[in-house]
Design a protein around this ligand. Structure first.
Ligand code: HEC
Length: 107
């Protein structure tokens, strides 16, 4: 019985660790690359839209954009991207948001 409890605890801990990593972590390096390739063309000085870099918004504003807005104005740029690409881009933007510990432009 004791052994059974032990394995139940181990299974729960592993499941928790795995889901929390997949739920919240993108790859910010990949995100930066994808942002430059897919977003910056329009969102830079002299581009067709507003200049946009990670520190243009707060972490909450980026979350809201990715959760709710999804670039409604023009869905095209999001269509070619997979769910995991978007998680990576979001991670990069969030990591360097206005109110993050390391605000940054995308260079
Ligand atoms: C084909 C051009 C184009 C591309 C590519 C593009 N966007 Fe946009 N985006 C726009 C336009 C146009 C708007 C509307 C804002 C405006 O009036 O210029 C906009 C608005 C936004 C806004 C809201 C800006 C604000 O402060 O109101 C965000 C955030 C944004 N885009 C993020 C992205 C991300 C992230 C990508 C890459 C996945 C991306 N965009 C790719 C054209 C583009």
């Amino acid at each position: 019985m004791k052994e059974l409890m032990k394995s139940v605890v181990v299974v729960l801990l592993v499941a928790f660790a795995v889901t929390s990593v997949y739920a919240s972590q993108g790859n910010p390096k990949k995100g930066k690359f994808l942002y430059k390739k897919n977003c910056k063309t329009c969102h830079m000085k002299g581009g067709t839209s507003v200049e946009l870099t990670p520190l243009s918004k707060t972490m909450n504003q980026w979350d809201r954009f990715f959760d709710e807005n999804h670039h409604q104005i023009n869905p095209e740029p999001f269509k070619g991207l997979t769910e995991s690409d978007l998680v990576d881009i979001r991670q990069f933007l969030r990591d360097h948001a206005m109110d993050s510990p390391t605000p940054q432009t995308c260079g």
